[in-house]
Design a protein around this ligand. Structure first.
Ligand SMILES: [Zn+2]
Length: 96
């Protein structure tokens, strides 16, 4: 466990949460833990983590993302950010 009490404490958890977020986004029914607030390609992404009720910033450094909030590169926010970027790179019409 990290010391910030976020439920997203592993990369895998972040990946699963991303899948859930995609479904919530498409169906407009919200019970995902993460809300995407802002996305700057190849720079950083601002997420809202409902489990800690706080904004989380993940910075994309040369393809190796770092969660500024948790100060680690292997929390769930990083897993989520990696999936988000892959999704964005794959789809030019990607809309948050
Ligand atoms: Zn984090």
């Amino acid at each position: 466990m990290s010391d910030n009490d976020s439920e997203l404490d592993t990369l895998d958890h972040g990946t699963m949460e991303f899948m859930r977020w995609l479904v919530c986004k498409d169906t407009n029914s919200g019970n995902s833990l993460i809300t995407v607030k802002d996305y700057f390609d190849n720079k950083y992404v601002i997420l809202y983590d409902n489990s800690i009720m706080n904004n989380v910033i993940v910075s994309y450094r040369d393809g190796l993302p770092l969660c500024v909030t948790c100060n680690t590169d292997d929390c769930g926010h990083v897993g989520f950010a990696i999936c988000l970027k892959q999704n964005y790179d794959r789809d030019d019409h990607f809309v948050i």
